[in-house]
Design a protein around this ligand. Structure first.
Ligand code: AMP
Length: 490
């Protein structure tokens, strides 16, 4: 390294990765307040806290959220988790930057390196250090056969062997060293996995769970949109889809927001039907959209085929007039869904929860059905959704569990905090109750005992680690906003 480069290296300052951030005092006091309130309010509704892992098999999210969603197709942080690190080097040596195979020796050398890798991979496979999946077994077998074929070739030039070499390289690249895992982009799938894994079907139903924690999505960062963000969410799982369950879950979020004195809260609800009626509506909508296709932008035009309901989500000014004329799902629900939806609305009214029906509310994730809802709050600009939720009967079954009904929501904690701050609700970091100014060794000993007793009684105490002149000590006490100063000397 040149001297200049070394200096530059030295000066290099680390910064939080784009889309992530540090949360610092005094702001963290507000985060604590919000989470404490969630713990208290949710407990009054009989919800218990669940903590699920930050990472899970990618497949869990792919299967539940849906392969066609942005979250799964492009926003997950995914990596292979493996312990057989020696295989990485052997694989790189075997197939990366392979020089031309223009001579027989070059081919033999290449086959040697690939052979080394396959041998090591087979050993790891036998020992269970790489996944003992049928795919891995097949891939290793195929690589072995291709090596054998290439070894028997009488070398007559590169052209003849290249297709086989390409196949062999592909096989080598396909050997899986470990499980493919992803940082969780949301937690509903994990909660459902846990419900199945721990046989929660045996518990009194419904099971009511809530969680608080970070989620990860590689989205374009902007105000209210981060790559590591926090959600507070809850799920109700069990045998019943009684409308009162939907209403109570919604009532709980609204109570929570009310307790936090969140401003400008607006609850939108909709029913997006079920497996019976939604496809029929989607077909009708698609036909209508095709009729007005020319009035829509390219994104919506594309969605006519892939996911027509998402067209309703469009915020494009030029499309709003056209969208207003489209058929509404609430007019096309099957009888069971229509009855369910009316009952949910009645139940909300009984609970004094104000809502607005929004026929254009469709949720981004695949697993939702029937009741869907979204809550917006003040001061968030275009990213004003602070909570999204809905019913997802069938998700547990999709993940290999028993037939189970489910409903839940996720609050974007970052946005919730932002909205509270915008409305000036931020409680200031509480100052110290007592500042103990001391001078002299004996006073220090007394100060330590006094601090211990005061802290035990619940007071916040600042005890300076080194002796200070009283003038300086009192100045410091003032800066920290201490309510009292205890002065000890000698
Ligand atoms: P979803 O899981 O997509 O239904 O999102 C639920 C809520 O999480 C949203 O209403 C937002 O408040 C919040 N949220 C989703 N994605 C992000 C993000 N990238 N940054 C901050 N908050 C987010």
């Amino acid at each position: 390294m040149s001297e200049g480069a070394a200096k530059k290296e030295e000066r290099h300052k680390f910064q939080a990765i784009r889309g992530t951030r540090d949360l610092l005092p005094p702001e963290t006091a507000l985060w604590n307040h919000v989470e404490k309130t969630a713990n208290e309010v949710f407990a009054t509704f009989g919800f218990g806290a669940i903590r699920v892992p930050i990472f899970e098999p990618t497949e869990l999210f792919a299967r539940s959220i849906g392969l066609d969603t942005d979250v799964v197709s492009k926003e997950m942080y995914t990596f292979e988790d493996y312990e057989a690190t020696e295989l990485v080097e052997l694989r790189t040596a075997a197939v990366t930057n392979v020089a031309s195979l223009a001579t027989g020796e070059a081919l033999i050398d290449f086959l040697d390196r690939v052979g080394n890798f396959i041998l090591a991979a087979e050993k790891a496979f036998e020992a269970g250090r790489i996944p003992r999946t049928p795919e891995n077994e097949r891939t290793l077998q195929m690589a072995r056969e291709l090596i054998a074929i290439l070894q028997t070739f009488r070398y007559q030039g590169e052209r003849e062997i290249l297709p086989r070499v390409a196949e062999l390289k592909d096989a080598v690249r396909q050997v899986r060293f470990g499980d493919v895992i992803s940082l969780r982009p949301e937690a509903t799938a994990s909660v459902c996995r846990a419900y199945i894994e721990h046989g929660m079907r045996q518990l009194p139903q419904p099971v009511k769970l809530y969680y608080i924690g970070p989620m990860f999505r590689r989205e374009r960062p902007q105000k209210g949109r981060y790559r590591q963000f926090y959600q507070i969410g809850a799920e109700v799982l069990g045998g019943s889809d009684a409308p009162a369950i939907d209403a109570e879950v919604i009532e709980m979020v609204m109570t929570f927001f009310d307790r936090l004195e969140l401003h400008g809260v607006q609850l939108d609800i909709n029913s997006i039907g079920c497996r019976e009626c939604r496809p029929k509506y989607a077909q009708l909508l698609r036909a209508e959209l095709l009729r007005v296709k020319d009035k829509l932008g390219p994104d919506s035009q594309r969605r006519i085929q892939t996911n027509p309901l998402r067209v309703l989500d469009s915020k494009l000014e030029s499309e709003q007039g056209t969208i207003a004329t489209l058929p509404r799902i609430t007019d096309h629900l099957c009888e069971a869904c229509a009855t369910h939806y009316s009952a949910v609305k009645r139940q909300l009214e009984m609970r004094g929860v104000f809502f607005r029906e929004n026929w254009r509310l469709v949720r981004g994730l695949d697993y939702y059905m029937r009741t869907t809802f979204e809550i917006t709050a003040q001061g968030l600009g275009s990213q004003n959704a602070v909570c999204g939720g809905g019913r997802y009967d069938g998700l547990v079954e999709l993940l290999g569990g028993p037939p189970t009904k489910g409903i839940g929501f996720a609050i974007g904690e970052d946005r919730l905090i932002l909205s509270l701050q915008e409305s000036g609700k931020a409680p200031a970091q509480p100052g110290r109750d007592v500042y103990i100014a001391w001078m002299g060794e004996r006073a220090h000993a007394t100060a330590i005992r006094a601090a211990k007793d005061l802290r035990k009684a619940g007071f916040s105490v600042e005890l300076p680690p080194v002796e200070q002149k009283f003038g300086k000590a009192l100045g410091q006490a003032d800066k920290l906003g201490a309510k009292h100063a205890l002065i000890l000397w000698r």
